[in-house]
Design a protein around this ligand. Structure first.
Ligand code: GLU
Length: 167
C-alpha cells in the first residue's frame, strides 16, 4: 500500500501531482502514474519503476489539464508491470481511478463484469472503473455511480476517481 493524490484548481495539474507523489516516495513503491482530464479526454502516463522515469512526461503537453489524480503503487494483486500500474480506466477510457489497499471480493466482482467489459490488468483495482461504468450505463450520475460502486466493495481502500463527463 502506498499513496494517492488528487488535484483540481487553476494550475496545470501534472507538475503539482508529480511533486506530491515525490513526497510519498519514502513509503516505498514499485510503479507510479498520473491521469489528467482535458478536452473531454483522459491523458495517462504510468510506468513500473521509479517516479523519475515518468518525470519527463509530467508536463502540460503530455498531461494537459487542471484536474488529475496520481498514484505510487505497492503491488498486492498482479506484478509490478506497466499494465498493472495505476491509474486504471473503464473500457471507454472515460473514467480513471487510483486506489490504495485491497478489494477482497474483486474476483467475484470481476467474474460478473467480464462479460460486459474488457479488463487490461491483473489488479483487484480494475473492477472499480468498470463498476462505476456499469452504474453510469444504468443511468446514474458519476457521483451516484461512485457511491453505488463503493457499496459493493469489501476490503480496505482509499480511492480517487475522475470522469470526463463530470470532471
Ligand atoms: N491492490 C492494488 C494493486 O495491487 C493497490 C496497491 C496499492 O495500494 O498500491 O494494484
Amino acid at each position: 500500500m502506498c499513496g494517492i493524490i488528487g488535484y483540481t484548481g487553476k494550475e496545470p495539474a501534472a507538475p503539482i501531482l508529480y511533486g506530491a507523489l515525490t513526497r510519498l516516495e519514502y513509503r516505498g513503491y514499485d510503479s507510479a502514474g498520473i491521469a489528467t482530464i482535458d478536452d473531454n479526454k483522459i491523458h495517462i502516463v504510468k510506468e513500473k519503476g521509479k517516479l523519475g522515469d515518468i518525470a519527463p512526461q509530467c508536463n502540460e503537453t503530455t498531461l494537459p489539464g487542471q484536474i488529475g489524480i496520481g498514484h505510487v503503487r505497492w503491488a498486492t494483486h498482479g506484478g509490478a508491470t506497466r499494465e498493472n500500474a495505476h491509474p486504471h480506466c473503464d473500457s471507454e477510457q472515460k473514467i480513471a481511478v487510483v486506489h490504495n489497499g485491497i478489494i477482497a471480493n474483486y474476483e467475484e466482482l470481476k467474474s460478473q463484469l467480464l462479460s460486459k467489459y474488457t479488463f487490461r490488468s491483473e489488479t483487484d483495482t480494475e473492477v472499480i472503473p468498470h463498476l462505476i461504468r456499469y452504474y453510469m450505463d444504468s443511468g446514474l450520475s458519476f457521483e451516484d455511480a461512485f457511491f453505488a460502486m463503493a457499496k459493493e466493495l469489501k476490503g480496505s481502500y482509499a480511492i480517487l476517481a475522475t470522469c470526463v463527463s463530470e470532471p
